[in-house]
Each structure stands twice: as C-alpha cells, then as structure tokens.
Write a protein that binds this ligand. Structure first.
Ligand code: F0G
Length: 457
C-alpha cells in the first residue's frame, strides 16, 4: 500500500478509439509526436515525469534566485554531500548537460570509454568528444530469463581484453551506470562496483558512476546482496558511491524533480576546476547551472526523500507489480523487472512480424490504439544497427499512477497480444539525417499485409 495520499490531481482521459486512431495517424505512427493530452497512461519515460511531495513544493517557495551564491544551491550541495558523499558539485540543467561538462573534460580524440552499457546520451557525448564508447555488460544481461540478481553488472574480463587491445593509456574513463538503463534497468552490486573501481585504478582511469537511479539500485543491493541485508538504503547508496571519483546525475530520476542535474566530485582539484569552467560556459554560473533557485530547492529535498524509507521500496514494488501483471497475462517480459521499467519482448509477442517490419514499434502503436498507453521502442527502430531483441520499454513515473492504471496497461498489452497476426508491421517513410536520433522524429506507415515490407531508403 502506498504511504502517501494524493492532494493535487491532474485529469487524464481516454480518447475514443476513432480519435486514438486519428491521433496515431497524425503522429506518423511515432508516439513521440502525440500530444500528451491524447495519452491516457504515459509510460514513455520515468525522466522528469514523477510527482513531487508537499515538502518539495514548499521548498520551491523558498527558492533563492540569486545569480551567484544562491542559498538553494547551498541546500543542494549539502544534500549531495549527505546523501551521495560528493564534496563538490557542478550544477547542470539535466543529466546530459552534466555529461557534456564531464566527458568534455575527460575524453579526447581516439580515447576509449568503457561502461557496463552506455545510455544513448552518454554514448553521444563520448563520441562527440572523439571517443569510442565500448559496452562491457555481463553475459546474463542479454538473457531475459536468467535470474542472476545483478544483470546490470560490468564485466571486468571484457574490459580487460579491450584494454589489452588498445592500451591503458587510451582508456581515460571507466563508467558504471546504476541501474543499467540500457540493460533493462538491471542493478549493479556493490561487490562489482568495488571490482570496477579497482580495475579503473589499476589502469589509471577516472572512475565515474552514472548515478541517475542510485536509490533504486541501492534498494536492489539491500534486497539481493547478503552483505547489505541489514543496511539502510541510504547507507548502501553512500557505500556504493564512495568508490567513484566522480558521478553524473540526472535529477529527473532519483532526484525526484522535473528537471536538473550535476557532476559530483570529491574535491576542488583539477577536474573540478575544469568542469566548473565548462559548466559556466555551457550551463550557467556555478551556483545555478541552468536550474532556477526553485528547481535547486526542490532537488535538495527530493534527493533526501529518495533514500528515506519506504519511498524506494514502494516505487520498485510498483514496477514489479506491473511486470507480474503482464507475465500473468502471458506477455513475454524481461525478467526480473528493472527498477524503473518493464521491458516487453516484441519478437516473442508478435512472432509473425519480421525484424524489418519493426515489431517493437508495432507493439507500441498497438498499445496506444488499444488503450491510449504510450511506451517506447528500444529495438531496431531506435537503434538501426542493433542485433538485440526488439524490446518495448514501459517506464513507470515516480509516485504518479495507481494500481488501476497499471492494470489497464496490462489488460491493454494482453489485448495487443490477442490481436496476434492482425497486428501489421511498419516501414519508415521519412527520417532525420542523424540515424542515432531516428526514433524521436521519424515518420512511419503500416505495411500493407498483402505485400512484403520494404527497407527504409
Ligand atoms: N544517464 C542515464 C542512465 C539515463 O537514463 C539518462 C536519461 C541520462 C543519463 C540523461 O539524463 O535525460 O536528464 O539528460 N534517461 C531518460 C530515459 C531520458 O528515458 O531513460 P537527462
């Protein structure tokens, strides 16, 4: 049962089927182009879409909007120190702003960056600085049936082989993403964090933790890593982050705010000075970094709430309940559930569709058509070169939907599976010049089931 009540409401409505059909057609069969007013249950992302607490709203009224030396910045700095253990922060408007600040300082032409799995924006920032992003997931990560407790872990053996190949001098950064968003939101153990830290030290690389979902990760550690069974989520989080030289944070996830981010650093040494200068250049002066005073104040409160029981246990339990509701209806889901999202395997759900016909996108369109539910494809449509399964992510916003909404999602997904071969595939009719950003703005059309699908031009 949720340990809070709702004291502000935002109406949502389910359009009738005809209007949903029209909205989908007008959106070019790309749910990023839908108006949110036309969406009933929005599981596109858990990023910046959550609900703030009354304490966070109250803090917003005290926001200090000073350009320099804002009180609200001091509050955020203190919260980061207490909750995450980083002495210094360089604020940024969101996670990718922080990535630009940090990776611009650390990565040069020809460098290799190792990560358990790069999130899209991390990959793009490494590449933008001339680096080569290399993923080192454990083999279990790609197995949606394995019950390994930490499928988000970093495979040090793979990383070692890469270093042997390219030379340690060309690997300046090792990143650990907790939880591992690109690997179905799976957690990373503290033991693995220690091993990665030791490896980074051995090759003289900076060890960065992408801490967007650090509280969800700490919850899994507390439940699944025996050494931490008696520790609090707050204590686990501090322990896990204590091994990192630096962190990048998106407040839109476990900061429980709608916007914001920062780079966390140990001291005011050279890396801090470099990041600070880059922060001023790209984000704003070093006591606001693209956030208003109000944003900083709400972020400071949100960070503390994220590790206070029972918040995160309830949050992850809700995601697990959705996973179970889907599995109970026979829908093929990646197991176990991630911390922030459930992933449906569209190749198994719609086996009649060949991969060229984008079964993941077909599933996404059908979820909207059947029940006004918005999800996101993370398969061949989003990542044209990928060999991985066509997964559909159902990301659950924090403290936002109730069990009835998630039942509706599970029923809708079951209705999609029941349609079976009546679900058509899709083809791309126009796409932007950057293939890595295709899924945000490409337009598609259903493939006429009477003819073979064509490849996009
Ligand atoms: N790192 C990870 C692991 C992320 O999941 C995200 C964002 C970012 C960095 C970038 O943060 O959005 O504040 O700029 N993930 C969102 C998602 C967008 O839907 O998974 P941001």
């Amino acid at each position: 049962m949720r340990s809070y009540k709702t004291t502000m409401v935002e109406p949502i409505r389910l359009l009738d089927r005809e209007d949903r059909e029209a909205a989908l057609r007008d959106a070019g069969f790309n749910v990023f182009a839908l108006d949110s007013a036309d969406v009933f249950v929005d599981l596109l992302t858990d990023s910046g879409t959550g609900t703030m607490s009354n304490e966070q709203w109250a803090a917003m009224f005290t926001g200090d909007e000073a350009y320099a030396g804002s009180d609200s910045f001091r509050e955020l700095e203190a919260a980061v120190r207490d909750v995450m253990g980083f002495e210094r922060i360089v604020p940024a408007h969101q996670g990718r702003g922080a990535e630009n600040v940090l990776y611009g300082a650390l990565v040069d032409d020809g460098d290799v960056v190792l990560n358990n799995a790069h999130f899209d924006t991390t990959r793009a920032h490494v590449a933008a600085n001339g680096g080569d992003p290399v993923d080192c997931p454990v083999p279990e990560a790609r197995d949606g049936d394995s019950d390994h407790p930490f499928k988000g872990n970093f495979d040090v053996e793979t990383a070692r082989r890469v270093v042997d190949d390219v030379g340690a001098e060309n690997v300046p950064v090792v990143v650990l993403t907790i939880t591992n968003n690109s690997m179905a939101g799976q957690p990373v153990s503290v033991q693995n964090t220690r091993e990665v830290a030791a490896f980074a030290q051995e090759i003289d690389a900076t060890f960065v933790v992408d801490a967007c979902r650090f509280a969800e990760n700490a919850h899994f550690v507390q439940r699944r890593e025996p050494e931490f069974a008696d520790e609090s989520v707050a204590a686990v989080a501090r322990e896990q982050l204590s091994y990192a030289d630096a962190c990048v944070m998106s407040g839109k996830k476990d900061g429980l705010v709608n916007v914001g981010g920062f780079v966390g650093l140990r001291d005011d040494g050279e890396l801090y000075q470099q990041c600070r200068q880059r922060g001023i250049l790209y984000e704003g002066f070093s006591t606001y970094g693209g956030m208003s005073g109000r944003d900083l104040a709400a972020f400071a409160v949100g960070l503390r709430e994220a590790v206070e029981p029972p918040y995160v246990a309830e949050r992850v339990a809700q995601v697990e309940a959705l996973c179970e509701a889907l599995a109970d209806r026979g829908i093929p889901v990646y197991q176990p559930a991630g911390g922030h999202a459930v992933y449906v395997n569209a190749n198994e759900a719609l086996p009649h569709l060949p991969r060229e016909a984008f079964p993941g996108q077909a599933f996404v369109c059908e979820l909207y058509r059947e029940g006004g539910v918005r999800a996101v494809e993370l398969g061949r449509f989003a990542f044209p070169e990928t060999e991985r399964d066509d997964l559909v992510r159902l990301a659950v916003p924090r403290r936002t939907y109730g069990p009835d909404h998630l039942e509706h999602v599970a029923d809708t997904a079951a209705a999609v599976c029941e349609k079976g071969e009546a679900v058509t595939g899709y083809e791309v009719v126009s796409e932007p010049p950057m293939p890595e950003l295709r899924h945000f703005s490409a337009e598609l059309r259903p493939v006429d089931p009477a003819r073979e699908p064509t490849s996009p031009q």
